[in-house]
Design a protein around this ligand. Structure first.
Ligand code: SAM
Length: 233
């Protein structure tokens, strides 16, 4: 892990919702062993893992010496692909609140001086305002209770420079008649108690009311089940 930043001296505790709801997916060593398989992540996303990664990466690539923040680790090869697109002088910071996830990410990536890992909670990041050109949240918000989701979005906007981009990929309410509508409603309603919030409400509704945005663009895919949002603060 990278040396602590100012304000990062004390490692944040694992949030209660993560311990209670997602221990089986992110915290247990056997979970990491089980889920760190791209075919399984792809199955969970109904074959859409690579298209969803492509959609995120399309808004993260760009000329120059970029500084990118990935908020939370992701199973599969998204971070590796992101590094593959970045210039030699760029820098990628990845935060996660779970040390086991940061260790797993470190192990699956080749050593890279552009990569910096930090144990941080997305609710209160130890980065200065406007530190990043791009900030990525990939399937994080649906796993967070509403107040955590609001704080995460506020922090993502705070640490992204004006004119930069916050890129969000997550679940969305599918179109009526979607063949997976009922199956997904049952799966998310059973295993992921905060996820259906994103079916009921727009991510825009969770942004700070005072947020001053240059632009806010949303596209959906797979007949509405997934969304990508690109915000320019
Ligand atoms: C990005 S999300 C979901 C990713 C997606 N399901 C996948 O892996 O393909 C999972 C990560 O979010 C992290 N996480 C959840 N709440 C967090 C928080 N408040 N701060 C930082 N990381 C958090 C978990 O520890 C986990 O590593």
């Amino acid at each position: 892990m990278s040396p602590p930043l100012a304000g990062e001296i004390v490692a944040p505790p694992i949030p209660e919702y993560l311990k209670k709801v997602y221990w089986w997916a992110y915290l247990h060593p056997k979970a990491v062993h089980l889920f760190e398989r791209e075919w399984l992540v792809n199955l969970i996303l109904w074959g859409n893992y690579q298209p969803l990664c492509d959609a995120a990466l399309a808004d993260l690539r760009g000329a120059g010496q970029q500084r990118i923040l990935q908020v939370a680790c992701v199973y599969g090869d998204l971070t590796e692909r992101l590094l593959g697109l970045m210039e030699p002088q760029s820098r990628l910071d990845v935060i996660d609140v779970a040390p086991i996830q940061l260790d797993n990410l470190q192990k699956k990536l080749a050593p890279d001086t552009r990569l910096h890992l930090h144990q941080q909670d997305s609710r209160s990041l130890s980065f200065a305002e406007g530190s990043f050109d791009r900030t990525l949240l990939f399937f994080l918000l649906h796993e967070q209770p509403e107040e955590v989701r609001r704080a995460t979005l506020a922090e993502a906007l705070r640490v992204t420079r004006p004119g930069g981009k916050v890129v969000i990929v997550d679940y969305h309410r599918p179109l009526p008649g979607h063949p997976l509508y009922l199956v997904m409603k049952m799966i998310l309603g059973t295993l992921e108690p905060f996820a259906l919030d994103l079916w009921r409400q727009e991510i825009r509704d969770y942004l700070p009311p005072t947020a001053n945005l240059v632009s806010f663009d949303k596209v959906t895919s797979f007949r509405g089940l997934y969304q990508k949002i690109v915000i320019q603060p």
